[in-house]
Design a protein around this ligand. Structure first.
Ligand SMILES: Cc1ncc(COP(=O)(O)O)c(C=O)c1O
Length: 398
């Protein structure tokens, strides 16, 4: 139910200004007709989730009285020492620069609240992960859209804007297996973006939840981000261990650790000690465990992306321009025929029992509509036979 004028009277300007849900959280997508195949969310496959291991680690925690009591007390605002140490080793940084968060969105909101002044301008990917624009709304709605190319965020475009007088508080990008555009930012462009940030004095908010899910191709590395005083590197266990944990982390430059902690002391104090204690056991009792989870999940998603691509190429050979992803959870095919109306296609597809995210939900620049000619198809949580059936229904919609 949306608030009427009277209910809205008591709200702060911030609460009144938060935009209404669309696309992702639209009610019709949350409760589609039965039998509908949903290629909607970038969520882990049920088979990839560590149910058995979690059950064992939780049981062990409650059987260990000291650990159980500790997990029911407060823990450090920046996260438990063991979890920070584990994350720091993977990121190649000192543990003092890690802050454990309640997932990626929380990390993005903390980053925005820390470095984006009210009504400042922020450069963002175009197409953009809409969740970032929601997080950004706590400070500003002023954005400078930057095209995402085959090798990621167009750093030269941003450089030209800055050279002609544009000023930004931050630049936001997803560097690995972009949501929704599936591409990765090349290593030279990572370095160039950081150099630009150092030169013009803005922060780079690097959002990297898909980094672990590589099918093939070369890792472009994160050292450029983790070695810079100008980057806030945001990550999460959502795509590997599951979104329900609500656990992620920030890699911060030294000088931002205290400001983030001070902010956090006023918001959520810290991530649940119980949750951290269980994750810590999972990650540290067997040092190979997390890599094995990632390997299993990646193999599954590589296979599923292949099934989806084969079905699209077989059933819709000319209708969609498909580029095989190097990793991640999304395919971002483009409609080849300008005569096809994407909104009408979506309605026909929904009527035939297949839902996907329409490209227009990811547009950052209302004047630049090329994203609207894309479909975002998630393949991670659908078994192969459903992916083939989804494409059959999509072909009927065409
Ligand atoms: C690019 C990007 N950033 C952040 C998130 C949010 O992650 P979390 O569920 O950990 O808040 C997502 C989730 O879909 C995402 O795709």
């Amino acid at each position: 139910m949306t608030a009427g004028p009277e209910e809205r009277n008591g709200l702060t300007a911030l609460a009144r200004g938060l935009s209404a849900p669309k696309g992702f959280v639209d009610a019709s997508m949350a409760a589609p007709a039965s039998g509908t195949i949903r290629l909607l969310g970038g969520i882990p496959a049920p088979a990839a989730l560590p149910v058995e291991a979690t059950s064992q680690a939780s049981a062990q925690l409650w059987q260990d009285p000291d650990a159980a009591v500790a997990s029911l007390q407060y823990s450090p605002a920046r996260g438990s020492d063991a979890l920070c140490d584990w994350i720091a080793r993977r990121e190649g940084v000192d543990p003092s620069r890690i802050v454990v968060t309640n997932g990626g969105m929380h990390g993005l909101a903390l980053a925005v609240l820390t470095v984006v002044e009210r009504d400042a301008t922020v450069a963002v990917d175009d197409p953009v992960f809409p969740g970032f624009l929601w997080a950004l709304e706590v400070s500003t709605t002023r954005i400078l859209p930057v095209p995402v190319l085959a090798d990621g965020f167009d750093v030269e475009h941003l450089a030209r804007q800055l050279a002609t007088g544009a000023r930004i508080a931050a630049a936001y990008t997803v560097p690995d297996f972009h949501n929704p555009a599936q591409v990765s930012l090349s290593a030279p462009k990572r370095q160039a973006l950081i150099e630009l940030a150092e030169r013009y004095g803005f922060y780079v908010i690097v959002d990297n939840p898909y980094r672990e899910l590589r099918f093939h191709g070369r890792d472009q590395g994160v050292a450029a981000f983790n070695e810079s005083d100008r980057a806030i590197h945001v990550n999460t266990f959502t795509k590997t261990l599951g979104p329900g944990w609500r656990v992620g982390w920030l890699v911060l430059p030294d000088h931002l650790v205290d400001p983030v902690i001070r902010l956090r002391n006023r918001l959520d104090v810290h991530t649940s000690s119980v949750t951290q204690a269980i994750i810590e056991r999972l990650l540290t009792d067997d040092s190979e465990w997390f890599d094995a989870i990632v390997r299993g999940a990646t193999a599954l998603y590589r296979e599923r992306s292949g099934v989806l691509i084969d079905a699209l190429r077989e059933q819709l050979p000319d209708a969609l321009d498909v580029v095989p992803p190097e990793g991640g959870l999304f395919l971002w095919p483009r409609l080849t025929d300008d005569a096809v109306d994407p909104a009408a296609l979506f309605r026909r597809a929904a009527a035939r029992g297949v839902l996907y995210q329409q490209g227009e939900f990811f547009m950052a620049d209302p004047g630049e509509r090329s994203s609207a000619r894309h479909l975002r198809l998630s393949y991670s949580d659908r078994p192969p036979e459903e992916l083939r059936e989804a494409v059959r229904r999509l072909a009927m919609a065409f």
